[in-house]
Design a protein around this ligand. Structure first.
Ligand code: PLP
Length: 319
């Protein structure tokens, strides 16, 4: 997994690249093994599943000779950070339409207090801050039309990066040898990554999508993009909702790092891993199951979360 080689493979060629699987732990009681697919190591700046989701979109934008890429995201979005880096690497200017009009009032202050936007800005991303109300209209054609009016021609990537090409990229996460696993686990935001994994999974495998958000709407999203039924949405391991955090989650992430030497993020992979261990404790999985969890990356979000934890006088995530 050489970053330079991956850069070339991911953004310039129609070739798949595979990450390694690390053994994490054997639960002796049920004879269950947990392994972790290290997608977080694919690329230093275009991390984890965002690398998969951007690959064919960047190739398409280049093939169409688009002069810029426009996408949407929250102020701490992994997708925004990854898109900015991919744009810099490819010399394609990027525009980030960011939720939160108030952030533009004092941009220097915003960049100082927000490591994600600072990183994106340093990678040349131009920001367009909009209200939460407008942000909800991000998929409306008249709203997109108004963006074209303002910015001219661009290649559009939806919020979170999920579209047909993103799912095609995520289908490349699993390799042939991963067929030996019984269960594949992944954290889900838009469900795009889970859909790619489901499409690439074998009939006898089961995909568990751990929702990072409250609610069941992901079921519909995943059904829309995937072509099989061998999956389940786990919708009660999100710690109260998107980006919600407590001391238990922070200490789980820190203990996991101490024990296994692997960093998890607080929004997605930390909650998924906590959920997997929790379900094993509750005897959810059959004996002798072999579980492959996907480390989808997202570590850039830790710095921003730590600023929040600091303000709340809570324990920090050890980086
Ligand atoms: C974006 C992201 C996800 C969610 O991916 P979806 O395809 O939107 O479900 C999971 N993990 C990490 C680390 C992410 O950054």
């Amino acid at each position: 997994m050489n970053a330079e080689r991956n850069f070339d493979l991911i953004f310039n060629k129609n070739e798949a690249v595979f990450s390694r699987n690390d053994f994490i732990k054997k639960f002796e009681k049920q004879n269950i093994e947990v392994w972790l697919k290290r997608e977080d190591l694919l690329h230093a700046e275009v991390s984890g599943n965002k690398f998969r989701k951007l690959k064919y979109n960047v190739l398409k934008a280049k093939a169409l000779q688009k002069s810029q890429i426009l996408t949407f995201g929250g102020a701490f979005s992994n997708h925004i950070a990854a898109t900015a880096a991919a744009g810099r690497i490819h010399n394609i200017p990027t525009i980030g339409v960011i939720r939160g009009e108030e952030l533009k009032k004092d941009l220097q202050k915003t960049l100082k207090s927000n490591p994600t936007l600072k990183f994106a800005s340093e990678n040349g991303m131009q920001f367009h801050f909009i209200s939460r109300e407008d942000f909800r209209r991000k998929n409306d054609s008249d709203f997109v039309e108004s963006l074209h009016h303002e910015f001219g021609d661009f290649y559009l990537i939806p919020e979170g990066g999920t579209n047909e090409l993103a799912i095609r990229g995520c289908e490349e996460i699993l390799s042939e040898s991963d067929k030996e696993f019984d269960v594949i686990c992944v954290a889900s935001g838009t469900g795009g990554t889970a859909s790619g994994l489901i499409n690439a999974s074998a009939e006898n495998q089961k995909v568990l999508a751990f929702s990072a958000l409250k609610g069941e709407f992901l079921k519909e999203e995943i059904s829309h993009f995937s072509n099989k039924k061998n999956w389940t949405l786990v919708s009660d391991e999100h710690f109260g909702g998107y980006a919600k955090i407590n001391e238990e989650l922070v200490s789980f992430i820190n203990d996991f790092k101490t024990e296994f030497g692997i960093q998890l993020d607080p929004i997605y992979t930390g909650k998924m891993m906590f959920g997997i261990f929790d379900l094993i404790e509750k005897n959810h999985f059959p004996e002798n199951s072999r579980i492959l969890a996907i480390h989808t990356g997202g570590l850039q979000g830790i710095a921003g979360m730590n600023r929040y934890l600091e303000k709340k006088k809570m324990s920090l995530i050890i980086e």
